[in-house]
Design a protein around this ligand. Structure first.
Ligand SMILES: C[S@@+](CC[C@H](N)C(=O)[O-])C[C@H]1O[C@@H](n2cnc3c(N)ncnc32)[C@H](O)[C@@H]1O
Length: 464
């Protein structure tokens, strides 16, 4: 399929041969497609047609049949991808749109293959070198994952079950996907800090945070699903983490429950479009409504996560937002929303050193230019689960009083706003405008005159 795309985009191509193949390939009409839907598809026909569509789309100007539109080839290809790989039409199209045509096929192909088995050394109990030796002695074939982690090992083959070795049971390692290391590396917790893991079960990332804190400070490991906190506490005990407190609140109740954290990780509930190779049910059980609801929940959670970070932290003041999904609705759109709703945060480099930059433009939507700093990971590019990581620095909030303005730390106005995580963008407009004015003033820029009507309503509410 990729060869077909390359062939299609080659300017030096033998045009005679091309015309022959293009002629031989008949793109079904809408009627023929409707008729075909009544029969079980012939997998070889579908496969060949996909190859041909990719080839034609790689060089539509030369290879497209007379009178047929590019969109017809795309429509046919998406429909064939859905039937060949077993996706519902909606999701096949949504994922297809993320990539250039030939790369989309690579992505769908990679979702058919398992990712490597990887483990994370628990540095609270052992060193990677010692763990590797112990496992090699048991007949495990492994090697370090890559330069970007000094605790990860990739397991190639093993004569023993890797989830039941004495080392595993003694908590010397966590069975964990390589992509799951990324948000904690980006979070970079420092000893003695107070950290919130807002959606933490079953604790892969919590125990990694605890280890980086060297069992100092404190990690509040929260998860709304109480049943899932059982596996979380089991992992916390097995790995010997002594600085973890497990709790079970809806993340949207933070920071009312508690706040003032040096760092917060929001590994958000998501559609799982990055982990289709592990859970193929995602291919058929996600609808447009699911993405709408998830993105809505993620937007609510991210504001609460931001408000739980202490801008006064001496060592931190950071939030990492991550998902195991590749859709823009759950990633860049959420991050961009947070930037708009909370003028006191900015995106910073994740420090990961690899990954594709986040989209700043996508299908007619434009995001804040700094969204480029966020990172995307793909199965076909990085040989790890599809993943997304964004890192924010939280700064002091703007304090707004009737008729005056000043910057300051959290106070009555903030406390009132923290409860307000509603979804009418107009709702917070006055605060956002005011925040921008304050930032401009701080930078020595000329501030436009404030329209009194802009903030009157909000100030009354805040002062009440
Ligand atoms: C991607 S998983 C977290 C995985 C975990 N961070 C780890 O590394 O093991 C998302 C978690 O969010 C939890 N969750 C869903 N809705 C939530 C909410 N409103 N508040 C807090 N947690 C929530 C789910 O129960 C699920 O355990």
């Amino acid at each position: 399929m990729q060869d077909a795309a390359l062939e299609g985009s080659d300017e030096e191509i033998d045009m005679e041969g091309e015309e022959e193949t293009a002629e031989a390939f008949h793109l079904p009409t809408a009627e023929e497609r409707a008729e075909e839907k009544n029969h079980v598809a012939d997998i070889h026909v579908v496969q060949r047609r996909m190859r041909e569509c990719v080839r034609v789309l790689g060089n539509f100007r030369k290879l497209g049949a007379n009178g047929r539109l590019r969109s017809e080839y795309v429509e046919q290809l998406v429909s064939d991808i859905a039937s060949y790989y077993g996706y519902n039409d909606f999701l096949a199209e949504k994922l297809f749109q993320l990539f250039p045509v030939s790369e989309a096929i690579e992505f769908f192909e990679a979702n058919e293959v398992s990712r490597p088995v990887t483990i994370r050394t628990n540095t609270l109990k052992t060193r990677r070198r010692d763990l590797a030796q112990a496992l090699i002695n048991r007949g495990v074939n492994l090697e370090p994952i890559g330069k970007w982690t000094n605790v990860g090992l990739q397991v190639f083959e093993s004569s023993v079950p890797i989830g039941a070795t004495p080392e595993y049971l003694s908590g010397h390692y966590m069975l964990q996907a390589a992509s799951s290391f990324l948000p904690v590396i980006a979070l970079k917790p420092q000893p003695n800090e107070r950290v919130l893991d807002m959606a933490s079960a079953p604790g892969g990332k919590t125990t990694h945070i605890a280890a980086l804190l060297q069992n100092t400070g404190i990690v509040f490991a929260n998860d709304a699903n109480k049943a899932r906190t059982k596996s979380l506490t089991a992992n916390v005990h097995r790995l010997g983490c002594k600085n973890v407190i497990a709790c079970s609140y809806d993340g949207r109740e933070f920071p009312k429950v508690m706040g003032g954290f040096d760092r917060v990780l929001l590994d958000a509930p998501c559609s799982g479009t990055g982990v289709i190779s592990k859970d193929s049910s995602v291919k058929v059980n996600k609808s447009e409504r699911d993405f709408h609801l998830l993105s809505h929940l993620q937007k609510q959670l991210i504001l609460c996560a931001i408000d739980s970070v202490s801008p006064d932290s001496k060592t931190g003041g950071f939030l990492v937002y991550s998902t195991c999904s590749v859709t823009v609705d759950e990633n860049e759109a959420v991050v961009d929303y947070a930037l708009r709703k909370r003028p006191n945060v900015k995106l910073v480099d994740t420090g990961l050193g690899f990954g594709r930059d986040g989209f700043t433009k996508y299908r007619g939507k434009t995001f804040h230019p700094s969204v480029k700093l966020t990172k995307r990971f793909y199965p076909h590019v990085h040989n790890m689960d599809g993943f997304y990581v964004a890192k924010f620095k939280v700064e002091k909030r703007a304090k707004i009083k009737a008729g005056t303005q000043e910057t300051g730390s959290t106070n009555a106005v903030d406390a009132d706003e923290q409860q307000d995580v509603g979804f009418d963008s107009d709702e917070d407009k006055a605060f956002i405008e005011e925040g921008k004015r304050i930032q401009m003033k701080a930078k020595g820029l000329r501030v436009p005159r404030r329209r009194q009507s802009d903030i009157a309503g909000k100030v009354v509410k805040a002062a009440a």
